[in-house]
Unconditional design. Structure first.
Length: 214
C-alpha cells in the first residue's frame, strides 16, 4: 500500500499572511527590511535572514504571542481544520515544515487545538539581546538553508509519496521533488514561469476537492 505524506508550509500557506513579518514589523529594532531584500536577491540564505532579523527583536515570548492574539495577525486559511481531519481519514501523515519560528507556530496550533500536528521549524530561544534562531535537520546538524528540501528528501527515502503545499520562494527547492504539488503566491508564479507542474489553490477546500478527483 502506498504511503502518503503531506508536507505543508506554514506562513502564507496555512496562515493567510506571514506571521514572522508581522512580528518583525512591530518589534524589530533595526532595518529588517534591508535583510529581506538581501534574501530575496539571493545574497543571503533564509537562515541568515531569520537569524539576523530576529536578533533585532528584544520583546518577550509572552509579549509577541499576546500581540498575535490581540491583533488577529495569524488568521488561518479557510478549510485548514477540515483538511487536518481529511488527512486523518485518508491516513495521510501531515507534517508542517517551515522557515518560521517554532514558538509561534506551536502556539497558534495549540490555540486551534491542532497541536498534535508534527512540526519542523526554526528553533528559538529568547534573550535580552534578541531572539536566537537556528535550523536543525533530521540528523541533528545545524542547517543554514534547505530545511524543507532536506525533509522532503528524507520523506521520499522513507518510501512516501509526498504531497507538497506551499506559497513562497523558500518552497521552490523542495517543491521540485514533490509527487504532487499545490501552489499559491510566489511559488505558483515560479511554477508557471518555469513549467513546473502544480495545482493552484486558494483554500484547503480546493486542495481536498482536487485530491478527491485525482
Amino acid at each position: 500500500m502506498t504511503k502518503v505524506l503531506v508536507q505543508c508550509d506554514f506562513d502564507g500557506t496555512i496562515t493567510n499572511d506571514d506571521t514572522s513579518f508581522a512580528l518583525l514589523d512591530t518589534f524589530a529594532q533595526g532595518d529588517w527590511q534591508k535583510l529581506l531584500r538581501q534574501y530575496k536577491e539571493h545574497k543571503i540564505s533564509v537562515g541568515e535572514f531569520n537569524s539576523n532579523a530576529f536578533a533585532m527583536v528584544k520583546a518577550s515570548k509572552h509579549t509577541l504571542l499576546e500581540f498575535l492574539k490581540k491583533e488577529g495577525k495569524a488568521q488561518i486559511r479557510p478549510g485548514f481544520r477540515d483538511f487536518v481531519s481529511y488527512c486523518a481519514r485518508k491516513n495521510f501523515r501531515l507534517v508542517i515544515t517551515s522557515n518560521g519560528l517554532d514558538f509561534y507556530i506551536r502556539a497558534i496550533l495549540e490555540y486551534l487545538k491542532l497541536d498534535h500536528i508534527e512540526v519542523h521549524a526554526a528553533q528559538n530561544t529568547f534573550h535580552s539581546s534578541g531572539i536566537h534562531v537556528q535550523y536543525v535537520g533530521l540528523n541533528g546538524k545545524l542547517l543554514n538553508e534547505g530545511l524543507k528540501e532536506a525533509f522532503i528528501k528524507s520523506f521520499l527515502a522513507e518510501g512516501y509519496n509526498v504531497i507538497y503545499i506551499g506559497n513562497g520562494d523558500s518552497d521552490i527547492p523542495a517543491a521540485k521533488y514533490a509527487t504532487h504539488l499545490f501552489a499559491i503566491g510566489d511559488l505558483l508564479d515560479y511554477c508557471k514561469q518555469n513549467h513546473l507542474e502544480c495545482k493552484p489553490f486558494k483554500t484547503f477546500n480546493d486542495i481536498m476537492e482536487q485530491l478527491d478527483s485525482m
